[in-house]
Structure formats: structure tokens, C-alpha cells
Write a protein that binds this ligand. Sequence first.
Ligand SMILES: Cc1ncc(COP(=O)(O)O)c(C=O)c1O
Length: 413
Amino acid sequence: METYKELAELAQQHGSPYYIFDREAFIRNFKEIRTAFTQRYPFVTIGYSYKTNYIPYLCQLVRNLGGYAEVVSRLELDLALKIGCPPAEIIYNGPIKSADDIAFALSSGVTVNIDTIRELEFVMHLAGQQPEKTFRIGLRINISLVDSQGKSHLQNDLPSGRFGFSDNALKAAVRLLRDSPNVQVSSLHGHTSSSNRSLWGYRTIATKLAEVGERYFRESIESLNVGGGFYGRPAPSMGLTDTPTFDDYAETICDVLAQYPWIKEQQPHLVIEPGMAVAADTLSFITQVFEVKRIDNQRLAVVDGSIFNVKPTLHQRNHPYSIIKKESGAGPKVVYNIVGATCMEKDRLLQEIESVEIEREDFIRIENVGAYTVVMTPPFINLAPPIVVRGPKGYMAIRRRQDFNDIFGSYLF
Ligand SMILES: Cc1ncc(COP(=O)(O)O)c(C=O)c1O
């Protein structure tokens, strides 16, 4: 862990606040999840979820580790190509893809997971224009996470999900596909965001994919994709203890696959799309105390970062943190709120934490901010901070601080 002096040097060089990316932690996470699955099933593909954190340096690391790119927009697809991912190692998901983007992706050899009948019609139209060519597509399957007691385990307890083909839409798709013999379904995709990331959810997803595959696409299936949404390392300070491990997830999913003779025979690839599980604990946010205030009974440390840098979804939980003091601090602990550099009252990076006295120029380091932060930070009041990584020759920047032109370059003056 960096000392005050090291953090201050980085602040001097790059400005405060900033992120530190932990390359070794990312490699460790990636290898751990891969090993958990490959120990149990021979053909495993890891499609890293770009939307979780698309720092190009990190995406390049995924590629070096043999991971595929899981993208959900033309922006992310173009990034994967720019990084040098072979099109065959890109998985293109998402609920809305234009006819042009689908044509571009399919003709380049990208795996496209079709989400709607309209997208399927785009593919069939394309296939009709090029009858000599075979088009292999994936279908996203809508999976119910309602348990036998009628309780939904979907994100936000929603009764049913919005993505992919419902049972009825699937039947309609199968009927439509009879008219396009040069379109084949080679992959089934079942990512379903649950409220609890439980093993039961993955058993449900894997079972549904295995059954749909067996019933409709047995001859053409090359991969079954259960999506992402796994827990990574537990973060006890965020109330996350006893979460399933990578081994638990792998065992649950591979056990389901092992029950289907057609899967044993055909050996489709098992695709997983981890995001949070591999990225969350790889980024720390370093922010410096600008001022300390006392208002009524509240002690406030005002820092140069904002809540958007650590939790853009504005949830209430505190991430793990440490206070790195300029002068060594002793004395009793008191309660602080760490408040940010925007004009929102609710800009509280950390709430009600206990600390020895916090003073101007101390650093506050907030951990586990690698998932859905850099991709979701709005340009609200503050410019997006730089990101540094420790390399063989010391720290280097892998993103500079945003500037005026980054924000206003797209406006017409
Ligand atoms: C299709 C798909 N794959 C993978 C992921 C990654 O999820 P997580 O970051 O929770 O692992 C998501 C997230 O919503 C997703 O929609």
C-alpha cells in the first residue's frame, strides 16, 4: 500500500484526485475465475464485460490473458477492434443494435447475440442478400428467476426481465428461421441480473440454456453463454460475507451441463462474462482533504473527489477505505462524513466513519471502486480523474485528467 509520500508525489504529478489500478489484482482475479471453470469443464471462454470498466489498458490486459471482449454498443465494439481483438473473440450483446452494426459485426466474424425479433429480421434480410454465405448468430434467452414460492430473484425484485426471447418469442423466432436456411443459431446467451447473485440463479440459467439448446438448436450449438453477474472476493466491510466463490459458481454451472448427454457429446464452449467479479477490487480512488468543517454536531471532511467517482449509482453503503495522514495521528476516534466537491448535499463519499482527527491534505483512499465507476461518471462539475498503474519503472498514467475540450468539444459554439 502506498505511503503518504508516494500518494503526495502522484498527486503532484497527476493532480488530485486520481485512481490507482492494481494490475496484479486483475490478473489474479482473471486467472482464478478461469481456473475454477476450466478445472470442471474443458472448453471455457471468458468474455470480459467491457461496460463494467473499459479502461483500454485493462481491456488490453484481458486480451493478453486470452480473454474475449464482451461488448454492448458500437462504441465498445470499436474499442475491442482498436485494441486488436480478433473479431472472432468479440461477443456483441445489448438490447438495441442497428441493421448496419449487425451487418458490420457479422461480416467481420463477431459473435452477435440477437435480443429481439427486429434484430433477427435484420439478420434474415442480410442473409437473403447473401444466400451463398452462412450466418451464425447467438440468441439471448429471457430467463425467469421466479422461484417455486413465487418470489422473483431478479434485480430490484422485478417480476420479469426485459432482455432476450421469451418462450413465445422463441417459438416465433424458430418459425421465422425456417425461412432462412443460411442463418444458424450457434450460441445461446442467458445473462440475467439477479438481486443476490446466488448459485440458484446460475443453476436456473444453465438449465434453461441446456434445455432450449436440446429442444431447438441441438445440431448447430457451439457455445452456451451464462453471462456475468458473479460475486468476486467478499468485501466484509460492505456487508458481503459468505458470498459464493468462483469454485461454487463453476461447480453449480458445470454440474448442470454434465447432466445433459447432448452437451457431453457436442461439447459446446461454456462462455462466462464476468465484470464486477474481476474488476471491482482492482481500482482504488485517492482523494485529498481540502478542508475540515464542523457544522452543528457534524464533522465534515471536504475532499476534492465526488461520490460519482466511487459510487455513481449513489448507493448508501461505505466502500472499504483508509485514511492516510500527513502527520501521524493519534487521539480519540470521532465520527466524520467525507463530503465531495460537487454542489449536491448528498455528495457523501463515506458516511459516518470513525477516525482519528482528519486534517487538511490528508489522503482518503477508497477501495473496490473498479466496477461501474469510470464508465458511469457524469461530467457534473468535476473533470474525470486520471488513472495510474504501477509498472516496472514506477507509476504511469493510463488516463489523463479530462480537460475542457473533452467536455465541450462536441458542443457547437
Ligand atoms: C450481458 C451482460 N454480461 C455481463 C455483465 C457483467 O455483469 P457484472 O459486472 O455484474 O459481472 C452484464 C451486466 O449487466 C451484462 O448485462
